[in-house]
Design a protein around this ligand. Sequence first.
Ligand SMILES: [Zn+2]
Length: 426
Amino acid sequence: MAQADKAPRQNRTLTVDFHDEATYCQLLDDTKAFIEFVLAFILSLGFQLQHTSTCTGNSLTRHSHYARIRLGGLTIWRIQCTSCKAVFTILPHFVLRYRKMHPDAARDALLATHGGLSLELCAAICHISPMALYRVICALGKQSLVAVLTRCALPLPVYLLADEKHSKCLAERVYLPTIVSGRVLWHLGYSDSKSAAAFTASYGVFQRAALEHEPLYQVRGALTDGFDSTTKSMRTLFPGARPGYCLRHALNKLPDKLVGLAAPVRKGLRSKFHTLLHRCRQRKSLRVVSLGQRLRHFVDHITATAGEEHGERVRNWVQDKKVGWYAVLADPQMPANSTLLDQAHNAIDRKLFSMKGFHHADGSQAAFLTGLAHLYNLIPYQRRAKNAGLCGVEVEGGRVPTSDWMLNLQILTSGGYQCAPTPLHH
Ligand SMILES: [Zn+2]
């Protein structure tokens, strides 16, 4: 019999902090108190419930309950909106969705994973199986980065850094198309091809999620390293965005254009190029005109000192890339280099290395990577005094529900919440 097409069931789980298990068990016997507690918690977070799209109701009723066998018969309640009939599953904070693992065990294991310890060793120190840890990360990754970050009241990024990380799945080369804005990862995809079509498909996942959240979303500038497939996919998906090329990448590429010259000469020219870019960025006005002029002089200088052949090669390179450099200088808000993206890639790299044993062709790579990206965005870091104790989301001006990152992870990856619109100032 043909199966009727079913819309994917929306995850309307709500993780609620009941303080302790005893409070939860008490509330189970009192419908009114239970719903009041849940509503007060949602209010304290400043969240709204994800009703059906047209619903304006806010009256909830206790709907049904069931026992979780895996959790030793723990009772889980569902509540329902009386207007749109949307059903929300209330998950107490001491339970992970669909998992037997206790959040405290998951907390330690996830922190160790985030720190770069192999899945096997993370599992060993927390007395769980490596596969169970892998599955927890995949389960977190079921919620998209856009969904979680917008729940933190972060605006969709107007300027992007986009680049791919090269990795390996067993012996095969694979690519992780990535979008970063400041300290936050907005997309971490997975592709076994480096074609423009494959990258467009991957970055398109971000675009779709963003447009779903904000139908008028537009990108103003996208900085890349200038790799053809990346720039093409950005142009396809965000035709209105200025495509900029990373200036630091340009600086590092210059010596390749001067092969055959003595090392000190190449070094000298690179440093001259560095000064040139720096001076242009420091200018308050006419930055693009200034760059154009300086680039012409620079090429003339190379021709005069290193010969016509080198001059010609650098001239062609400049001709090819200058539009992307102009784009960086034309808009002061445009990021000038991809350092923050490289840092994100380096952090993810340690985890990918640590998951070598779990790479297989039919794995849940997309969910696993998204799960790792949530950890990157939400685990506080202590590296610099300036942002000590803050997670990436907070550094970028977002709000997290509580001061406990694990609880935040549980709350923010439960699909029943959405960020309440910011109240208008009068
Ligand atoms: Zn409703």
